[in-house]
Design a protein. Structure first.
Length: 229
């Protein structure tokens, strides 16, 4: 499932993040790449442990937590600490790759299986040329994604993807991975569709309609069957 999740951050929060990023200590993006993706990766990144990274992580995680669609779409079990990247100038692209299956958290703090990959855009599309996130889907058309600042795209961790060269300006983003309580993309998609339809039914037919109550029960019973908590 590729999904555009709008307005994770408010315009004010985006401004706040941009102020922090403007004074942050950027370094090579290769530090967190696996062997294959290090060959393909040519961008900049904030060190995982800098004060600025921590400040921005709290902002992003709070945005995810309060978002009405994020939980239903991802059913998160674990979220890897958000990281921050920049493309532009000499470090301006990330060639085709698949993200590593596991992210090891710092200081032996555990592991995250990368079921879902996320990019939260922090630059407006008109601030740079190029820089589309291109996601290849076996058997169907590739998708080219470039979203307003504060908006996020989520896509299966299994996808081959790349970031096209940024030919003018700079592209800032946050990126991270989610281990979902529902490992299968297909099952997670079905659950998200069902929950989205149910939300619409509740607002049209009402919370107390017996079929709405019954279907809500079916949704939770399906969750109980497929969930790994
Ligand atoms: O910058 C992006 O949108 C994606 C970054 C990426 O693919 C990665 O860090 O693995
Ligand atoms: Fe990636």
């Amino acid at each position: 499932m590729l999904l555009h999740v709008p307005e994770i951050l408010t315009p004010d929060e985006v401004r706040q993040a941009r102020n922090v990023l403007a004074r942050a200590p950027w370094g090579s993006g290769r530090i967190t790449a696996g062997e294959q993706s290090a060959q393909a990766k040519n961008n900049e990144q904030l060190p995982e442990t800098s004060q600025e990274t921590r400040e921005l992580q709290a902002l992003v995680l709070a945005g995810l937590e309060r978002h009405p669609v994020f939980f239903s779409a991802t059913l998160p079990k674990q979220i890897s600490p958000p990281l921050f990247n920049r493309y532009g100038g000499a470090a301006n692209h990330f060639g085709n790759h698949v993200d590593s299956a596991v992210r090891y958290l710092r200081n032996g703090a555990g592991r995250v299986r990368t079921d879902i990959s996320c990019t939260l855009f922090l630059s407006e599309p008109e601030e740079y040329d190029g820089g589309e996130l291109v996601i290849e889907n076996p058997g169907s058309q590739q998708q080219r994604v470039k979203l307003p600042a504060g908006h996020m795209v989520i896509y299966p961790g299994t996808s081959v993807h790349r970031v096209e060269p940024v030919t003018s300006g700079h592209r800032l983003a946050s990126f991270f991975w989610i281990q979902s309580m529902v490992r299968s993309n297909e099952q997670r998609q079905l659950l998200f569709d069902m929950d989205s339809h149910l939300i619409r039914l509740r607002s049209t037919i009402g919370e107390t309609d017996s079929a709405v109550i019954g279907l809500t029960g079916t949704y939770h019973n399906l969750l109980r069957t497929w969930l790994d908590v």
